[in-house]
Design a binder for this molecule. Structure first.
Ligand code: FES
Length: 581
């Protein structure tokens, strides 16, 4: 359906406001002819020198602009804050919702008919999707693509997966400091996001399953010229979207979320994506809960042989046919009628794909694992839920009972984890608390507590770990995450004491604290509420409004309100109102 251009409300008027809006762009050398009736396409760029993964986005934005111009639109690039996974402290997740607000308000307040979202590093992609979903102006994403693999001693490395392995080797004394320095020098050879199925690659793959980017583009390597051609094509498509839609709310349907979750499970993808999809669904009013993740996980086999759940990197997945080929293999489990930003149903798009390497994309009938990568747990230790990445866990630990060894926070872990006298055995369950959305704050990726040196030296490579934190999508182990409610919000995790028996049963989807409930309540009363971490600023606003992990850690006032359509227009009047005069 052809829609009147939103930008015409800024540039079409024959009044003082129209004069000022047009004259503002004349200052950039853009003529009145250029603005006359042409769609204005915003390019929302998360480029930053503080975000190495997105450092090639200036070039990608130029390719998007070329596409926009070829299709007869006017491209206008704008920055937002950007979230660098490794440099932001305490965690980029503390700022995901802040970036989403920046994206949302920029889209809404400016004269844009459609938006191209340029995201790559972990939180930049969900933040842009969430912001664009709330603004509900037509939007399409082009992601940055995976970095080239590092090569260390003849082996291609995954950006995080292998680092965790070598870090343990160093701690166990099986690798020297100079070898570790050599690894550091080799670790990041190019721009692009992490190149195994960590959070970034899982999230960018999910964007394709959601129908929010061009089919076949998610896994194109960052340095491949094909990514620039994809950016050009995205710019062209954005101009069509400006006129005919669909809007994000028309693409982000319950079917799209089911497809995205199914893909996530088949990828053995990152646990972080669970949070991002829950939050995104909340932005468009799609009812989604952890229960649905578990239902879809139980029926979806892991068929992507990609690290950390499998063997290969995203580049090999791309050459094997990419996300589109994976979706084609998953077709019996998908809703192929789901609409996409391309204007075609998902099924029509994936029909064109084919699998080129059966060692990377396995047939549905002979998967890596019969069930999806992530299982949702519940029980007396996690009344509102917790998750475990079963595809990257140790099978022998999936049913386990052991005594708790409690760490109050990450500093406590740092101080004690490698103590020779640490009272730990292979049966111990390591518990970390005060690392959730409010306690972290921002739910840092501290959940993969290092295996104590004492155990590593004895040849133990995995123990059960439980926390209210998150975990890097590139990490592995029997790690229970996202325990809700978190300790800082008064969840039972706050009451656990050293030696308390903890029971994990992944098959039964249970996580229990074997301590009588009245005793748990008594202990919670005894310890009382924690002290707030922030008195002012973003931290205080975040702590007051952030929701728990089981709903995706969005701020309560940013979720869609039932029955209310998205607010697509600027707050206040356009015509007859002159900003700045
Ligand atoms: Fe940016 Fe991994 S650090 S995607």
């Amino acid at each position: 359906m052809t829609r009147p251009l939103r930008s015409a409300r800024w540039f079409g008027g024959h009044d003082l406001a129209g004069f000022i809006h047009r004259a503002t762009l004349h200052a950039e050398g853009i003529s009145r002819t250029a603005l006359a009736g042409r769609p204005v396409i915003g390019i929302c760029n998360s480029w930053s020198e503080l975000v190495n993964c997105n450092l090639h986005f200036r070039g990608l934005a130029e390719s998007v602009k070329r596409g926009v111009l070829l299709a007869g639109g006017v491209p206008l690039e704008f920055p937002t804050i950007s979230l660098g996974e490794n440099l932001m402290k305490p965690t980029s997740m503390l700022f995901r919702n802040l970036m989403a607000m920046d994206v949302e308000e920029s889209i809404r307040a400016y004269p844009l008919d459609a938006v191209v979202l340029l995201g790559g590093c972990d939180k930049t992609v969900p933040a842009q999707l969430m912001g664009a979903a709330s603004a509900d102006v037509p939007a399409i994403m082009v992601t940055g693509g995976p970095a080239e693999p590092a090569v260390f001693r003849g082996r291609q490395l995954g950006a995080g997966t292998d680092l965790w392995h070598y870090a343990d080797e160093l701690r166990a004394g099986r690798m020297t400091r100079s070898e570790f320095d050599e690894l550091e020098a080799a670790a990041t050879p190019t721009v692009g996001h992490c190149n195994e199925m960590g959070t970034a690659s899982s999230m960018t793959s999910v964007v394709e399953a959601l129908g929010m980017c061009l089919s076949g583009t998610a896994s194109i390597p960052a340095v491949d010229a094909a990514r620039h051609r994809a950016a050009e094509a995205t710019g062209r498509r954005a101009v069509e979207l400006a006129v005919d839609g669909p809007r994000p709310s028309e693409v982000l349907t319950p079917a799209a979320f089911d497809n995205a979750i199914t893909l996530l499970m088949a990828l053995g993808g990152a646990t972080n994506v669970v949070l991002h999809l829950l939050a995104l669904a909340g932005r468009v009013g799609v009812p989604l809960s952890l229960v649905r993740f578990d239902e879809l996980s139980r029926r979806t086999p892991v068929i992507a042989n990609v690290r950390p759940s499998g063997e290969h990197l995203v580049e090999q997945l791309h050459h094997a046919g990419g996300v589109a080929a994976l979706l084609k293999e998953l077709a019996p489990l998908l809703d192929l009628t789901a609409p996409t930003v391309e204007g075609q149903a998902l099924g029509e798009l994936v029909e064109r794909a084919s699998v080129h390497d059966r060692d990377v994309i396995l047939p549905l009938e002979s998967p890596l694992a019969a069930e999806g990568g992530i299982a949702v747990l519940r029980g007396s230790l996690a009344p509102d839920g917790a998750i475990v990445k079963q595809s990257a866990a140790t099978p022998a630990l999936m049913r386990h009972r052991g005594p708790a060894l409690v760490f109050e926070d990450v500093y406590d872990v740092q101080a004690r984890i490698d103590e020779p006298a640490l009272p730990v055995t292979p049966e111990t369950v390591l518990v970390l608390r005060n690392s959730g959305p409010r306690g972290g704050p921002g739910m840092p990726e501290w959940g993969a507590i290092p295996v104590p040196k004492k155990l590593l030296r004895a040849g133990v490579t995995d123990v059960v770990r439980v926390s209210d934190a998150r975990m890097s999508g590139t990490a592995s182990g029997t790690v229970v995450l996202h325990v809700a409610p978190e300790a800082y919000a008064g969840g039972p995790l706050r009451a656990v004491r050293d030696g308390d028996p903890i029971l994990l049963d992944v098959a039964a989807r249970r996580l229990d604290l074997d301590v009588p409930e009245p005793e748990v309540r008594r202990r919670l009363e005894e310890v009382g509420p924690p002290t707030p971490r922030y008195a002012r600023g973003w931290g205080a606003l975040y702590a007051d409004h952030v929701l728990q992990a089981d709903t995706g850690c969005d701020l309560d006032f940013l979720r869609a309100r039932p029955g209310e359509p998205a607010e697509t227009e600027p707050y206040g009047l356009l015509s007859g109102w002159v900003g700045g005069w």
